[in-house]
Design a protein around this ligand. Structure first.
Ligand code: KG4
Ligand code: ZN
Length: 406
C-alpha cells in the first residue's frame, strides 16, 4: 500500500510517500519520497510559533513539497487533466479559506495525472488549529481530485509509531511490539503518559496539569535569553556544562533568597513525590523566573548552570512518573515520543534507568529525524488506520486542535 501523508500541525510543513507492506504484527515501510520545510527561522523573531504566519507558510509550501515528494518517489506523470465543473467547484470551496492555495493547487493538479498511491493520510489534530486546517483542506482536495481514500491521523499516534519503528535496510520496520505499550509523549503542546493495552487502543495514565514540557523548555529558554525553539538551546548549554564539569555537585536546596549566587541554585522537582502519574511544570518555570528577577542580570556560566538544573529537574520528574506508570500498568514496551524526545540527556537517562531497573521492558525511542514533526510518522499511523478501513469522508473531516488519543 502506498500512502501519501501530509503534516501541518505546527511549524513544519511535510509531505511523505511511504510504501507499506505486511500487517499489524509485522509491517515494513519504504520511504519513497520525503519533503519537509521547517518554519523555525521565520518564527524565531516572535519567540514562538505565530499562528497566522504558520498558516500562510503551510499554504505556500504544500504544493511545492507535494511536487518534490512525488518527484523523489518517481510518481509524477505529467498530463493535462480535465475536471468536471462540479468537482472543480467543490475543491475550490474546500480550499477557499487557505490564502492562495486553490490557485497553486489547480495549477499543479491540472498538469498531473493521479499518482499510483492507495490512500492519503493527514494530521487532523491535535495541534494549532489554523495550521491543521491547511493540511486537512489540502488532503481533502487531493482525495477529491484523485478519487483516493482519505485517512485522518492523530498526530500523537504518529509520534508513537515513529518511536516503534526501527531501521532495517533502507526502510523501517514495526514488529514484535510487546503489549501493553506505555508511551511518554512529550512535545510543545503535550506531556502525557498513554497506555496502549490493545493495538491502537489508548488509555490516559497521566498528564500535565499545566504546561507541556516542550513549552516549559521554550519559556525558560526565553527567560535565559536563548532563541526559539528553546529545547535544543537548553540542551546544548546543559550538555556543554556536563562535559566540562563532569557533574561536580555543588547545588543547594532551592531558595529564592537574596544573596545566593545562581551558580549554586537547585530547582524544584514539581510533583515528584505525589502518588499520581501526573506532571506539573509551571512551578519550575516560575522558580526560574523568580531567581532571575532577584538576581537581575545573568552571566554565561549562570545561564549554563540553570539550563542544566532545569533539564535535570524535568528529566527526574519525567523518569519517576514513567517508572511508576510502568510498574502500575505492567507495560512491556516503553515509547518516548514527541519533539522533546530528541533531548540527549532525557534519552541517555531513560536508557540507563530502563537497562538497570527494568531490563525486561523494551525501550523504543525515535531516531533523531523522526522525533520532531514529520510526515513519515503520519504515513505509518495512516497505514494502520487504512488496514482497518478506518477511512474518513472528505465532506465531513474537520481539523481538531484538541483531538485526544484517549
Ligand atoms: O513534537 P514537536 O516537534 O512539535 C509539537 O507537536 O509540539 O515538539 C516541539 C517541541 C518544542 O517545544 C521544542 O523546544 C522541543 O520539542 N524540542 C526539544 C528538543 N528538540 C525539540 N526539547 C528539548 N530538547 C531537545 N533537543
Ligand atoms: Zn509533534
Amino acid at each position: 500500500m502506498k500512502i501519501l501523508a501530509i503534516e501541518t500541525s505546527c511549524d513544519e510543513t511535510a509531505v511523505a510517500i511511504v510504501e507499506a507492506t505486511g500487517d499489524e504484527r509485522n509491517a515494513h515501510f519504504h520511504i519513497l519520497g520525503n519533503a519537509l520545510l521547517s518554519q523555525i527561522e521565520l518564527h524565531k523573531p516572535y519567540g514562538g510559533v505565530f499562528p497566522s504566519l504558520a498558516k500562510r507558510e503551510h499554504a505556500k509550501n504544500l504544493v511545492p513539497l507535494l511536487d518534490a515528494a512525488l518527484e523523489e518517489a518517481e510518481l509524477v506523470r505529467e498530463d493535462t487533466q480535465a475536471m468536471s465543473e462540479e468537482l472543480h467547484n467543490r475543491i475550490a470551496e474546500t480550499l477557499a479559506r487557505e490564502e492562495g492555495l486553490a490557485e497553486a493547487f489547480f495549477d499543479f493538479i491540472d498538469e498531473c495525472e493521479a499518482p499510483a498511491i492507495d490512500a492519503i493520510a493527514v494530521t487532523a489534530g491535535p495541534g494549532l488549529e489554523p495550521a491543521l486546517w491547511v493540511g486537512v483542506s489540502f488532503a481533502k482536495a487531493l482525495a477529491l481530485a484523485w478519487d483516493k481514500p482519505l485517512v485522518a491521523v492523530n498526530h500523537m499516534e504518529g509520534h508513537i509509531m515513529a518511536a516503534l519503528a526501527g531501521g532495517e535496510g533502507d526502510g523501517l520496520v514495526i514488529k514484535n511490539v510487546a503489549l501493553p505499550v506505555l508511551a511518554l509523549l512529550i512535545s510543545g503542546g503535550h506531556t502525557e503518559l498513554v497506555l496502549m493495552k490493545e493495538w491502537l487502543e489508548y488509555e490516559l495514565v497521566g498528564r500535565t496539569r499545566d504546561d507541556a514540557v516542550g513549552e516549559a523548555f521554550d519559556k525558560v529558554a526565553r527567560m535565559l535569553e536563548l532563541p526559539y525553539p528553546g529545547g535544543p538551546e537548553i540542551s546544548k548549554l546543559a550538555e556543554g556544562l556536563r562535559d566540562t564539569e563532569a557533574n561536580v555537585s555543588k547545588v543547594r536546596p532551592y531558595s529564592d533568597e537574596e544573596g545566593l549566587t545562581l551558580l549554586t541554585q537547585r530547582l524544584p522537582r514539581p510533583m515528584l513525590h505525589d502518588a499520581t502519574c501526573d506532571f506539573s511544570f509551571a512551578g519550575l518555570k516560575t522558580a526560574v523566573l523568580n531567581l532571575l528577577k532577584k538576581h537581575g542580570g545573568i552571566s554565561a556560566s549562570e545561564r549554563s548552570h540553570l539550563a542544566r538544573e532545569f533539564e535535570d529537574a524535568v528529566t527526574e520528574v519525567l523518569l519517576k512518573k514513567t517508572e511508576r506508570a510502568l510498574v502500575r500498568e505492567g507495560a512491556q514496551t516503553l515509547v518516548l515520543g514527541g519533539g522533546v524526545s530528541a533531548n540527549t540527556h532525557i534519552r541517555r537517562v531513560f536508557k540507563k534507568a530502563i537497562e538497570e531497573n527494568a531490563p525486561n521492558v523494551a525501550l523504543r525511542i525515535p531516531t533523531a529525524s523522526l522525533s520532531t514533526d514529520n510526515a513519515v510518522m503520519i504515513a505509518l499511523a495512516g497505514f494502520y488506520r487504512a488496514l482497518r478501513n478506518d477511512f474518513t469522508d472528505p465532506a465531513t473531516l474537520i481539523a481538531n486542535g484538541n483531538l485526544s488519543l484517549a
